[in-house]
Design a protein around this ligand. Sequence first.
Ligand code: UD2
Ligand code: MN
Length: 531
Amino acid sequence: MEPFKLMGWESVGPISTHLTYRDRITAIKNREFPLGKFGKPVFMANSIKGTLRLIIKKGWKENAFNQFVSDLIPIDRPLLDFRDKWCLERYSSKLLPEVSVVICFFNEAWSTLLRTLHSVLNRSPPHLLREVLLIDDFSDMDHLKVRLENYTRNFPKVNLIRTSQREGLIRARIVGAKKASAPVIVFLDSHCECTNGWLEPLLERLVENPKIVASPVIDHIDPNTFEYISQNPKDIYIGGFNWNLKFIWRSIPTDYKREHFLLPIKTPTIAGGLFAIDKEFFYCIGYYDEGFDVWGGENLELSFKVWMCGGSLEIVPCSHVGHIFRANFPYYTSGESFKRNAARLAEVWLDDYAKYFYERIGNAEVSFGDVTAQKELRKKLKCKSFNWYLRNIYPEKKIPKSNVASGQIYNIGNIAVCLDASVAPPQVTGLIHVMPCHGQGGAQFWEYTKDGKIQHEDYCLDYLFGLITLFSCRDRAVTQVWLYETKTKFIQHIQTQQCIKIFKDQNELTLKLVECMNDTTQVWSMENYNI
Ligand code: UD2
Ligand code: MN
């Protein structure tokens, strides 16, 4: 299939320049309707200039995706049916419970919000869809006010609810959960597209066992072209977490046994935005911690809580929903609220393992508020320990205890500079930086492992093509093995026998491997060295 190319303003024809922005979009749509059909990408020329360029830029800034392209695509675009024959034959919509779909949003673009809504209305069996609750978390964009109210009035199943102050996505979801009238709640982000047959396989799991929380496979909608990119069902990712308490995607463990690759897969965590949960069960486990603000941490809270308190989490390969994964936040988050949420999570659910989280934020004091009610809930529900969770649900998770050192790695000669992995994953592979030490963990938190790796999250210090880089850790990679000698304080690369040295390149500090010699530029200190 040749993707449709929108080559620039001119190439779509002589569109009168005095038209308004909306009229222009309608004009473009009518000429090449519909753009993005079947999830095809819409490309724009790089050469676009003038007002249009500014409009596109504004769209990116407000949404962290290409709003202009989204606005060109119909809000009810058709998608391909990605289902395998095995899935088609297996599921029917008979004897399944009704659902309330809850979509929380803060300043979502019109086209992405409406596309989410229409994909739900059009692709859910009507008898299963009791209602869609749109929870407006105190947005201030104009199109989300009267215009949205008037629009949603046309759809009897759609109920627009507004919070009276900015609650953050976690409390906004609780508002939705409390209003939901169907026995099952399905949460979605406000920039999704459900595909054919997305709902039935999720509900089937909850009928089997109401303590199962079921997530679809989350496909990617490209934030630039809006191409719908379906995940290969043979290569599905499940959830994990790192000790910063952030969610990560990971491959299914090789020894995981399933009779068929399209059967539901148990996962230690879920990404958090898209899932079906039994309303009663959600109530019993106390929804989310209401003390969580703005964004983040609630996905792990729910994951740990569900597993530890008698439920389970699954990813259901026959159910596909697309989501726009963005590289950054369009709305303001200070990072402080995430830290606070994560600290609450650690305090309530992690037991002794909380120390690994605190280590990674430089053992900073976090004022996380009162968590007594959460701790009581955990006791009341007789939930299992975090140790049980790690052993039974996530046995692959490495426990940092086995490390030789953990914390900052700083150069003795330049006491204020540290090794820094601040190019964030997935772009993390690359040259390693030397930056002023900030003492707050994060990108300056390293682990020196028993097998000689110097590791930041899943990335290891590596020596490749003559450069000191960060690369995905691999079990037997000889280029990733380093020896730290407490006597000399050299960091020696075993394969080459050379040592890491700081060089001053004009004003920038760089790292190179050279012959080991006693020189302060080669002398390093590793924090919490404990052998
Ligand atoms: C992921 C999850 C998201 C949530 C988050 C951690 C997926 C696909 N997405 O991040 O659901 O679990 O991790 O917290 O798994 N929103 C509000 N009020 C706010 C801020 C956001 O209602 O103050 C809405 C927002 O409009 C969106 C949803 O909450 O619909 C999730 O926010 P996001 O899309 O920025 O989060 P995402 O996908 O990066
Ligand atoms: Mn999202």
